[in-house]
Design a protein around this ligand. Structure first.
Ligand SMILES: NC(=O)C1=CN([C@@H]2O[C@H](COP(=O)(O)OP(=O)(O)OC[C@H]3O[C@@H](n4cnc5c(N)ncnc54)[C@H](O)[C@@H]3O)[C@@H](O)[C@H]2O)C=CC1
Ligand SMILES: NCC(=O)COP(=O)(O)O
Length: 325
């Protein structure tokens, strides 16, 4: 049976529609279903000088593999005309509706996976919609109490205990349950979805020098170490807390399948320095497969030739591979 994979283009003024147009230029062994404003896709194809025809998605028809230059689309019309690079909060509801439709399809089994293009979190909030990221959105809509954001590139995976939080709130969110559950999810998903028999996990501290024996913060002693010990007793190959400024060295990384960092900007700058444009974002712990690009809306590049499609391609390829496991 041919799988269906939903690709949400995200913010219409960003490069998400461009990425979808570019992905549609080649054959894929799955049916690629674009969730986007169909007129924006056609306009963007013209701007990029790429051929594209579109047909409306009909769930009653059997899925067929994607054929180059023709895209099946669930139309998510924007409320107001879209100009590349210019955000308009009037269009945010359509973006969120496209994510809801994709999630419904993934939860019902209609779609084997969701691949997301970038959204602009700020403009969605300006529309009066509370939204901190796809990760939290899909967790909420699927009623999953904890999910884990993991970014991966060649030679490095970084997962996070906390995601889109103001730095001021991070320390309070580093609880024993948050650390233990994150380790559990990373270990079990690396086993089940990535075929690693005994994943080796390194956990960072929160504070400089992993708290310097309690002299630079006590979270390592009181929260992170006990959580690691609990996971070790459960048979997980996990060590830490390691100083975050030490652990991202090749000698340490060679002995690890994943680094769990405490917060977004502790782990992701390293990942992006190593592999920006050649990395993906995967939400672990959801009841469906969700992969994503490693970058944002790149408003400055929408509708231009200066767009790299590498991460989007990798996100789609990975979703296809994960659907086959
Ligand atoms: N998966 C998602 O939905 C993500 C969304 N975002 C959102 O994106 C918005 C903008 O974030 P920024 O920090 O400006 O990061 P950004 O990734 O959009 O842009 C950073 C720089 O990289 C360039 N760039 C990014 N992707 C590119 C690509 N595929 N090809 C060529 N150049 C590319 C941009 O032109 C810009 O110069 C924010 O609202 C943020 O929340 C950020 C990360 C992920
Ligand atoms: N830096 C990654 C990021 O912000 C992506 O978040 P999400 O929208 O995938 O939750």
């Amino acid at each position: 049976m041919v799988a269906r994979i939903a690709f949400t283009a995200g913010e219409p003024a960003g490069i998400g529609p461009d990425l979808l147009v570019k992905l549609a230029q080649q054959d894929w062994p799955v049916q690629l279903i674009g969730l986007a404003d169909r007129n924006v896709l056609l306009e963007r194809a013209t701007q990029l000088g790429l051929p594209l025809t579109i047909s409306a998605y009909d769930p009653s028809q059997a899925a067929v593999p994607h054929q180059a230059q023709h895209l099946t689309v669930i139309d998510c019309p924007s409320a107001t005309p879209v100009h590349p690079g210019r955000l308009d909060s009037l269009n945010s509801r359509a973006v969120v509706a496209s994510l809801e439709r994709a999630a419904q399809g993934a939860l019902s089994g209609e779609f084997s996976a969701i691949v997301t293009g970038p959204v602009h979190k700020g403009v969605i909030n300006e529309a009066g919609i509370t939204f901190s990221g796809h990760t939290e959105f899909f967790a909420h809509i699927s009623k999953t109490p904890r999910v884990v954001m993991m970014l991966a590139t060649t030679g490095l995976r970084v997962a996070l205990v906390t995601t889109h939080l103001p730095l001021r709130d991070v320390a309070d969110a580093i609880t024993p349950a948050a650390v233990t559950e994150t380790i559990d999810i990373v270990a079990s998903e690396l086993q089940q979805r990535f075929g690693l028999q005994q994943p080796r996990i390194l956990v960072t501290g929160l504070n400089p020098h992993a708290g310097e024996q309690g002299h630079l913060g006590r979270e390592e002693l009181e929260v992170i170490t006990p959580a690691i010990e609990q996971a070790q007793r459960a048979g997980i190959a996990v060590t830490g807390p390691w100083p975050a400024d030490t652990i991202f060295q090749p000698d340490y990384l060679r002995q690890a399948d994943c680094v769990i960092a405490m917060y977004h900007d502790q782990g992701l700058p390293v990942l992006k320095y190593k592999g920006f444009g050649d990395a993906i974002n995967i939400t672990l712990g959801l009841p469906f497969i969700r992969t994503s690009v490693d970058h944002g809306t790149a408003l400055d590049r929408a509708g231009t030739a200066e767009i790299h499609v590498g991460s989007a391609k990798l996100a789609l390829q990975t979703a296809i591979e994960m659907s086959q496991v």
